[in-house]
Design a protein around this ligand. Structure first.
Ligand code: PGA
Length: 250
């Protein structure tokens, strides 16, 4: 099965408009030839500009979040329709920082997934265990329940619109990376779990990307694992050169 290879940048709450613009100027100049889909998720304030700046290049601009309602009195929130109106077709849902700092639980994430799909958007759905879960040997169960609670009500055909990002919380922004073996083992488990409910044809077609301190010097060994279809990159995506090195590693 030929799955899509994806390298996605998650800029989190970094880069103002001028900084984003500088990044794109150099990034477009240096963009390597690659079979991977290149995705970049800037802050809301940069989405329209980023979309306009990259529209002639093989770069997709992605949102970091959306609200589950289509519209309404939700001060400070952004809807799927608003994202689509500035060219955005894909959104990150379930990032561990949203779970941890903004109280997003599985039930809410399920609603967000439904809203994204109803609005014909694609989703990068993030899962991952905390250090305590791994230490107690619970990591597979935790990831399984994150998948089941937010995604297992979907139809088989919905899976065409889903990418899974496995991001062990203990590896995000810590400089600590899962070993290629730890990551591969979990990616395989994720695929088997999806296959158990939706069948292996569906599971084999879902891209599962790894996130958590992906850097130019660990990218090759991670991306060479059979069930790792790319990366979701935070810190190392903020600099053009390191992000390009990571793209070249795929
Ligand atoms: P990191 O972040 O690469 O800085 O660890 C990854 C993420 O949170 O998506």
């Amino acid at each position: 099965m030929l799955r899509k290879k994806i390298i996605a940048a998650n800029w989190k709450m970094y880069k103002d408009l001028a900084e984003a613009n500088d990044f794109f100027t150099f990034f477009i100049e240096k963009l390597p030839k690659t079979k991977a889909e290149i995705l970049i998720a800037p802050s809301f304030t940069c989405l329209w500009h980023a979309f306009e700046t990259t529209r002639d290049y093989p770069i997709e601009i992605v949102a970091q979040n959306l609200h589950q309602a289509n519209q309404g009195a939700y001060t400070g929130e952004v809807s799927a329709a608003q994202l689509k109106s500035v060219g955005i077709q894909r959104v990150l849902i379930g990032h561990s920082e949203r779970r941890e700092y903004f109280g997003e639980n599985d039930a809410l994430l399920k609603e967000k997934v439904n809203t994204a799909l109803k609005n014909e958007m694609n989703v990068i759905f993030c899962v991952g265990e905390k250090l305590s879960d791994r230490k107690s040997g619970n990591h597979f169960e935790v990831v399984k329940s994150q998948l089941q609670n937010a995604l297992f009500h979907l139809n088989k055909t919905d899976w065409k619109h889903i990418v899974i990002a496995y991001e062990p919380v203990w590896a995000i922004g810590t400089g600590e990376t899962a070993t290629p073996q730890q990551a591969q083992e979990m990616h395989q488990f994720i695929r088997q779990t999806i296959a158990g409910t939706f069948g292996s044809a569906t599971a084999d077609a879902v891209s599962v990307i790894y996130g958590g301190s992906v850097k130019p010097d660990n990218a090759v060994s991670l991306f060479s694992q059979p069930d790792i279809d790319g990366g979701l990159v935070g810190g190392a995506s903020l600099e053009v050169d390191s992000f390009i090195e990571i793209i070249k590693a795929l």
